[in-house]
Design a protein around this ligand. Structure first.
Ligand code: ADP
Ligand code: MG
Length: 456
């Protein structure tokens, strides 16, 4: 079986992420990585023994369930501490597994080539962050100092930092990457062990310091003090600083004002949720790197529905790959739907399908959607509304109230009446019947998407 441990774990994580609260996921699972798949045993690296215990104690069942869903074969899982696999991005957060007196931040040249600039797909949502990151790796822009990257989880902050580290290292620069959590642990330990001088020397010697997820420092005053001094010293020496955070610096309320203003002084670049084209390009680049061929239509399907963040997007595609490889089936919408899982249900309760149904119904009677939703009561408009109401009910399972709300704020009785008329028309009016049928087949989304949502 050629399925990599990584792919299975990624697929399982994508699923689990949707089932547990985000903070739980971020705390315990975000920094884990698959190490290998030995027969049926998946070995997963975690940052600390404590994390291993916690995950085993509370998440084991959920994890096994997710693994069985994505792999079709019974897998067991073992959690080990540390990074047997230095090429993995998340292996960086293994500070807790280091001997107590060493400095755990990433030394030069351990940046993974997997998370490079060339693997980072650029679009309007992340253009500035990308360009600025590239520029600071080459040391070409003093004004981008510090560079403050911010954006929600899974949008590429750590990827860019890794890319910066990789490129800057090849330029002969001394680079340190730490998570804010690691920085905190090291700093507090240095104080405890009276080794603040070692700590300072270590950080002072670098050309480029990156601190990931600085929102972690919120409220941690002692560490903020440590970072402030480190920051100033480096800045004075002309070293480059790069920070990342899940929100703009100005919104880090529990950060001392002096540190916040340091963060705000350079360039702040945000990473947003990528739009459809960028999501599709990301999927294409992953698919191109894979040996399994996947039709463009499935990538588009996934890009339409997995729009939360890039991590989820990758998780869904990897799950799709895993299904194909494990089951030996051909790619299909059905498998894609299973890979999307709960994402499809979420979508269904929102707005997907509604615009297309309204448009198609209005168009069928040569009306605009505006007229469809207006009080106008011509015969055509009534027919178009009956068609829309019927499709909204059958295809999206909407209640009469919801349909009324959607169709220009009409009341339930009006909609019930329209639905009765539609049922009648299906029997009596061949034109109407033909329309329903052709809209059905013309728009596979109506069928494929809704049916699954019920079963997925
Ligand atoms: P963050 O640190 O912002 O939470 P990560 O950098 O860990 O997010 O990104 C999550 C995943 O998504 C990683 O696998 C990363 O490689 C991928 N990713 C994010 N943005 C992009 C992008 N623009 N192009 C390609 N992959 C991306
Ligand atoms: Mg990150």
């Amino acid at each position: 079986m050629s399925v990599s441990a990584n792919r299975v774990w990624d697929a399982a994580l994508g699923r689990i992420q949707l089932q547990i609260p985000r903070p739980t996921y971020d705390t315990w699972l975000r920094n884990t990585h698959a190490l290998r798949l030995d027969d049926n045993l998946l070995v997963v690296g975690v940052p600390s023994a404590f994390a291993a215990d916690w995950i085993e104690g509370r998440l084991q069942k959920l994890i096994l369930d997710a693994l069985s869903t994505v792999s079709d074969q019974a897998l067991s899982v073992k959690f080990v501490v540390g990074d047997e696999n230095p090429s993995s991005l998340s292996a960086y957060s293994s500070s807790n597994s280091q001997p107590a007196s060493s400095i755990a931040s990433i030394p030069n040249n351990e940046f993974s080539s997997e998370y490079s600039f060339s693997n980072f797909i650029v679009g309007p949502s992340n253009q500035l962050a990308y360009a600025a990151s590239y520029s600071v790796s080459l040391g070409s822009h003093a004004t981008y100092n510090p560079l403050f990257l911010y954006g929600g989880v899974g949008l590429g902050k750590t990827h860019l930092m890794n890319a910066i580290g990789h490129l800057a290292t090849t330029q002969g620069k001394q680079v340190i990457y730490v998570t804010a959590e690691q920085f905190t642990n090291e700093y507090l330990r240095a104080i405890r062990e009276r080794k603040t001088e070692t700590f300072r020397t270590h950080y002072r010697s670098t050309d480029l310091l990156m601190v990931d997820d600085v929102q972690f420092l919120n409220g941690k005053e002692a560490t903020q003090d440590g970072l402030f001094h480190t920051f100033n010293e480096l800045y004075r020496n002309g070293s480059q600083l790069v920070m990342s955070s899940d929100r703009p610096a100005g919104e880090l309320r529990l950060l001392e004002a002096r540190l916040r203003s340091r963060f705000e002084a350079g360039l702040q670049a945000d990473l947003g949720v990528p739009e459809f084209e960028t999501r599709l390009a990301i999927l294409q680049s992953i698919a191109n790197a894979s040996s399994t061929a996947i039709g463009q239509e499935y990538l588009e399907f996934i890009a339409t529905y997995a729009h939360e963040n890039v991590r989820t997007l990758r998780g869904v595609l990897n799950r799709f790959f895993a299904f194909i490889e494990f089951t030996g089936k051909k790619p299909s919408y059905d498998l894609a739907k299973i890979a999307l899982g709960p994402l499809l249900v979420q979508e269904d309760s929102n707005s997907f399908g509604i615009p297309s149904i309204l448009e198609a119904s209005a168009k069928a009677y040569r009306l605009s959607v505006k007229t469809l939703l207006s009080p106008q009561r011509t015969k055509e408009a009534s027919k178009a509304r009956q068609l829309a109401a019927y499709l909204l009910k059958i295809k999206l399972g909407m209640s009469s109230e919801e349909i009324g709300e959607t169709l220009g704020k009409r009341d339930r009785t009006t909609i019930n009446y329209a639905l009765i008329k539609a049922e009648e028309a299906l029997v009596k009016d061949p034109h109407f019947k033909k329309l329903v049928k052709s809209l059905d087949s013309q728009a596979p989304d109506f069928n494929t998407f809704t049916d699954t949502t019920k079963s997925a």
